[in-house]
Design a protein around this ligand. Structure first.
Ligand SMILES: [Zn+2]
Length: 460
């Protein structure tokens, strides 16, 4: 996916913006000029050098596009399943593995469209995705399908080639028929990197590698994946220290705690991030800080599965690098990015909203190894989100407009989303897809998946 595929032909002038959130300050009553894929200037009364599309910024706040650093897009088709509504991670996974065996390329493509749609509508312009389920014989093009969906929707995308190689007969959690051979995982990872990874500045697609978790892959795969990633210059990610069950599993199988295990395998560093990190002790927090290892906080998922509450305040004090993730829709039931900021703010009431906002913008970008997105500055990617503040839900909240869009309001659907200089959400509607048709298609495929797994729906 090259930049040229979504390059804007016409420059954009966002005129008379009421509030612009920049790294140093909130700028009032100002213009933003976008030329090509970059922010060109932020100033008063800009006279564009080229004929431009003008967007009215009056009454609106412009924020940098939000960055989502943990997701499982395929789960958008298997959310809100009553049977597992109140289960913990391991029980929840065991039911879902059975359903996910039925995934096919059509389901992957459609689920990705749904996830991207929700993200773009709620202010997210860059997302990673951790896809780790590859049913044998049908899954060769799964990542290809996701990349195709990202290009259609116009979102900046970091697909993570996930993996599971330790089945039940080897002491792992996933069923044996859902794990892959380690040789084919490495081969596929190499293929995906060479086909889709674009390391250039303002790239629309960067690949990473992401074995699923300590209880679903072997030590050898973790080591080989890291070797390959460092050889190819891509980043690594996995789930870690999510639940007490995982901690007990690691102690029983490996004789150590999850972070200790990763340290033993060399899995720490600036190019690595862990989703969750709920069950950390003080020494582990210090270790993540010293090694600059990233953490992705997923508050809704942690609450939904009863996994626990991550010590984000302690991690911030220790200067751990932290991003924010909606996590898969099977454990969030939503890909509402602005909603995730609200959730994080409510869960950690001692952390200022500005800090939470940083986690979902510049800090999240850094977790993905990027300094070209996440802030509004000339030369940065033209990834911008406009939110109309002239709504009843924001009335009386204008002393702090940034906190208002996180804490107040009655909807998280934004007014305009611009990615790479292209408008992809306009007047709160997706530009590149028919939302109603996508809704119907997603429901049809979701029903088929549940039927295959012999799980009934109310609509059957
Ligand atoms: Zn996850």
């Amino acid at each position: 996916m090259e930049n040229r595929l979504s390059k804007s032909d016409v420059p954009i002038l966002i005129k008379n913006v009421s509030f612009i959130v920049t790294p140093k300050a909130m700028i009032e009553d100002c213009d933003i000029y976008i030329e090509g894929v970059e922010i060109k200037s932020i100033s008063h009364n800009i006279e564009p050098s080229l004929p431009s599309r003008v967007i009215d910024g009056r009454g609106k706040i412009v924020i940098p596009g939000l960055v989502n650093t943990h997701h499982h897009l395929y789960q958008t088709l298997t959310r809100n399943i009553p049977l597992i509504q109140n289960k913990g991670l391991f029980e929840w996974l065991n039911v879902l593995y059975n359903i996910w065996q039925g995934l096919n390329p059509e389901a992957i493509y459609t689920s990705a469209l749904v996830g991207f749609a929700e993200l773009l509508l709620t202010g997210c312009t860059t997302t990673s995705d951790h896809l780790y389920v590859f049913p044998p014989g049908i899954s060769d093009d799964f990542i290809d399908e996701e990349v195709r969906a990202a290009a259609k929707m116009g979102i900046r995308f970091h697909p993570l080639r996930g993996s599971m190689s330790r089945g039940r007969s080897e002491g792992g959690l996933p069923p044996d028929n859902l794990v892959e051979s380690e040789d084919s995982i490495i081969k596929e990872s190499e293929r995906i990197i060479s086909k889709f990874h674009n390391p250039n500045r303002l790239s629309m697609c960067r690949v990473g590698l992401a074995p699923c978790s300590p209880f679903s892959v072997t030590e050898r795969l973790l080591k080989d994946t890291l070797l390959l990633a460092r050889d190819k210059g891509v980043r690594c990610h996995t789930h870690l220290a999510e639940t007490i069950d995982e901690e007990n599993y690691c102690k029983k199988i490996y004789g150590m705690r999850p972070v200790e295990y990763m340290e033993k395998l060399g899995w720490l560093g600036e190019d690595i991030s862990f989703a969750h990190c709920v069950w950390l002790n003080d020494e582990e927090i210090k270790l993540l800080s010293e090694t600059e290892t990233g953490v992705v906080h997923c508050p809704t998922s942690n609450l939904r599965l009863g996994s626990g509450i991550a010590s984000i305040d302690e991690m911030l004090k220790a200067e751990v690098r932290i991003g924010l993730g909606v996590d898969g829709s099977a454990s969030n039931d939503s890909s509402d990015m602005l909603g995730e900021l609200r959730q994080a703010s409510l869960l950690h009431n001692n952390i200022p909203t500005k800090k939470i906002f940083e986690m979902a913008t510049s800090a999240g970008a850094a977790i993905l190894g990027r300094d070209d997105i996440g802030t509004i500055e000339p030369g940065k990617a033209a990834d911008l989100v406009l939110i109309d503040l002239r709504k009843i839900g924001y009335a009386g909240a204008m002393r702090d407009p940034l906190s208002a869009i996180v804490l107040c309001g009655d909807s998280h659907i934004v007014d305009t989303t611009i990615v790479n200089g292209v408008v992809v959400v306009e007047d709160g509607k997706l530009v590149n897809i028919d939302e109603e048709k996508l809704f119907e298609e997603a429901n049809r495929i979701s029903r088929e998946l549940l039927k295959k797994a012999k799980i009934g729906c109310l609509s059957d």
